[in-house]
Ligand binder design. Structure first.
Ligand code: GLN
Length: 493
């Protein structure tokens, strides 16, 4: 029997159905593995061992009662949540001092849907503070390490979500993606990460960063597991007015092939400055693998994408500035007591509660939205958004899915991108997708020739056509092999 922490969600479910092991054994194996792996990785900010074991006992009761077969594909599968998602009775810190003692009074819809699917909740995952960052170095509670090389970052902002999956601590986790925060850490840690089309998954109960950009999605070690998780997550939620019903069936799509599918390639992206040769060659090779499986490669152009980073780092901070106004030490957020008036209390509380990157975004946003300034930055950024959206619409006239790098480089060492502007550039391939609200997913395609680190490619689909990217992702997985647990954290062998 393969070890329980190396198993995919699909195998876990099969083993439970055939009574090869119990759900309690699944939960306990993951908790024990966390005891061993967490001192090295630090993916978790809070563990919910008792909740996981309780959920496991309910699954075991269903197995004993003969009703397990009625439960979905995630029944008895361990899961963990990024720490910007509410789960009633647990902390939601957003990896910020500001929310260090905040306990969620209700459960986010995405979390609830995973619980309703029968998942075993293991805990809350580390991230860049308020999801600002690409390395998880901006967490107020310490960095998360990459399971493939502990000297390197796991990516971010959902670094804990990616690292937990890569280290065998959970087969499925949830993250959020405003400009790449699911796809980039998935690429860095060699796992699958999906940012669905904007509006596909409810954000109710998820702490907002950029409301026109944010989207929740799953991480997993196989395309099929990510598909099952997304199948459980999607659908309109009356509590999030931006959510809508969308065609699901991702698990079925992941079982299909790409014959007849047109895959767009953006030549300019393949020559982008900053793109390392190991990522360029892996991406070109992935294109050939899709072609060999029956897809047709077509050249497409996205000429305004070069303005995407500039537009994103205007729109993102403006929206973040507005969303973070609620952390004012009165409605939400830590309070520094002992001040003569409310203004002084708020100033002191925000100064103490927010870390440097959060302050940078808030200051940027407040400047960019100030009178006389917003028409020079905010409006043009919105215009750029329209131009990029039109580019993608034109590209989809000749293709069904676009293949591009997920990140210009593999995971870097801690401290290597200390200049914020340099860090922002690592989002060049991911932010355009949030700007247009398309689906995007990162799929591992082996290790880089120079760094030996995992490389991910990105598949992008038109809005609500996310099944296309699952079809292509499954073909790449068949060509390269599924992402397993990182070698040092494999339990069996
Ligand atoms: N790295 C990007 C940023 O810092 C994206 C973050 C995200 O998607 N949450 O804004």
């Amino acid at each position: 029997m393969a070890h329980l922490t190396d198993m995919t969600a699909a195998c876990t479910r099969e083993g439970l159905a055939s009574k090869e092991f119990s759900a309690r054994e699944v939960a306990q194996a993951h908790l024990d593995h966390m005891d061993a792996a967490e001192p090295k990785i630090h993916a978790f900010l809070e563990r919910t061992d008792a909740l996981a074991l309780d959920a496991a006992d309910r699954i075991d009761a269903a197995i004993a009662a003969g009703t397990f077969a009625d439960l979905g594909p995630l029944a008895g599968v361990p899961v963990a949540f990024k720490d910007n998602m509410n789960q009633k009775g647990t902390h939601t810190t957003c990896a910020s001092r500001m929310l260090e003692s905040y306990v969620a009074p209700y459960t986010a819809t995405c979390v609830q849907r995973m619980l309703d699917a029968g998942c075993l909740p293991l805990g809350k995952l580390n991230m860049d503070e308020f999801a600002f960052g690409s390395s998880t170095e901006n967490s107020a509670f310490g960095v998360t390490r990459n399971p493939w090389d502990l000297a390197r970052v796991p990516g971010g902002s959902s670094g804990g979500s990616a690292a937990a999956v890569a280290a065998g601590m959970a087969p499925v986790t949830l993250g959020s993606d405003t400009g790449g925060s699911i796809r980039q850490p998935a690429a860095f840690c060699g796992v699958v990460g999906v940012k669905p089309t904007y509006g596909m998954v409810s954000r109710y109960g998820v702490v907002a960063f950029g409301s026109s950009l944010d989207q929740v999605g799953p991480f997993a070690r196989t395309v099929a597991d990510a598909a099952s998780a997304l199948d459980a997550l999607v659908g309109r939620d009356p509590l999030d007015s931006t959510s809508q019903d969308a065609p699901a069936g991702f698990a079925q799509a992941a079982a299909q092939d790409v014959r007849g599918m047109r895959v767009g390639i953006v030549r300019a992206f393949m020559e982008a400055s900053g793109l390392t040769s190991e990522v360029a060659s892996r991406t070109a090779e992935a294109a050939r693998a899709l072609e060999a499986a029956g897809a047709t490669l077509v050249d497409v152009e996205l000429p305004h994408s070069e303005a995407a980073i500039s537009a994103y780092y205007v729109l993102g901070p403006c929206e973040a500035f507005s969303n973070l106004a609620r952390f004012d030490s009165v409605r939400y957020g830590a309070c520094e007591p002992g001040h003569a008036d409310l203004g002084a209390q708020q100033e002191a509380s925000r100064a103490a509660g927010f870390g440097p990157e959060a302050k940078r975004r808030i200051l940027l946003g407040s400047y960019l939205l100030s009178a006389g300034v917003y028409d020079r930055y905010y409006y043009p950024a919105q215009q750029v958004r329209t131009l990029i959206t039109q580019d993608f619409a034109r590209a989809y006239e000749s293709c069904d899915v676009i293949l591009m790098p997920a990140s210009p480089h593999a995971a870097f060492e801690f401290g290597a991108l200390s200049d914020p502007a340099q860090m922002y550039l690592s989002d060049i391939f991911t932010v355009p997708i949030n700007i247009v609200g398309n689906g995007g997913m990162s799929v591992p395609v082996g290790l880089g020739a120079d760094t030996g680190m995992p490389i991910g490619v990105q598949l992008v689909s038109p809005q609500f056509e996310d099944r296309n990217m699952f079809r292509a992702a499954a073909v790449l997985e068949r060509a390269y092999g599924a992402a397993g647990v990182a070698p040092a954290f494999k339990a069996g062998e």
